[in-house]
Design a protein around this ligand. Sequence first.
Ligand code: NCD
Length: 291
Amino acid sequence: MQHLITPNDFTNEEIVNLFEDATIFNDLQASSVLNGKLVITLFFENSTRTRSSFEIAAKRLGAKVVNLDVSTSSSSKGETLIDTVANLNAMKPDAIIIRHRDCGLPASLVEHVDCPIINAGDGMNAHPTQSLLDLFTIINHFDGKQNGKKVAITGDIKTSRVASSNLQLLPRFGLELILVAPEHFMPLGDFRKVQFLRDVVDEVDVVMSLRTQLERHSQTYYKSLEDFGKDYCVTSDIIGSRDILIMHPGPVNRNIDISDELLADKRCKVLEQVTNGVAVRMAILKKLILQ
Ligand code: NCD
């Protein structure tokens, strides 16, 4: 049984095949390949894009979706999450999609189920479907010639699960990473690191901005987000007329992560990422449910 817990659960060849399906789904919008299948979503953390994207992806393939309302589920009556998931599994779903604040939780469920588990984000650990849709967006933009292109990831990299999955995945497809952040937002690891975007803006092809994950910080680093934005907001002033793809996984903090002006610029692909997210998740659901 194959699950998706981190991007490393798929080989490069599997990802290339997945993207072929996603390209078809992007045009097709609807199919019946998962008719009669049932998908359960369990979101213990807030979500706008990821949850609705999975639900739309499943429905576009003909599957039924049950969104468990975790605020009224038995986890609030003291049942362990493993027991909750074992009970849901006993109802014979074809996939369980889970988001939880605890790193490693989706991986720990794998041995208690008979269907694929899809990690929709576990704490700071991983967000494999976001990194796959980011990679898909980059590869499409460069028409498959992404090898050697440079991606600057900027913002609160250290506590971002999107960053952690992209740090694993993007180099596997020939992309060079440059991390742009203050010391306290910089992750460990052997990456090229700089303090400001201006230092590398002349050489990068993609800028991926990230939200400051205040909910994961145990101390205050800035007086306010506006204060952080003064140094780290990606603006038209910094990017200028350069041919740079601007990305963000959402939710965007306007004028702190990316300026209003740049969000409205045609080089900014934030909404294209969202569109691609549905197609990539359709391909993932098809692959894992029909394995
Ligand atoms: C991200 C997440 O939840 O990890 N959002 C998303 O899934 N598109 C990023 C974030 O919350 O900042």
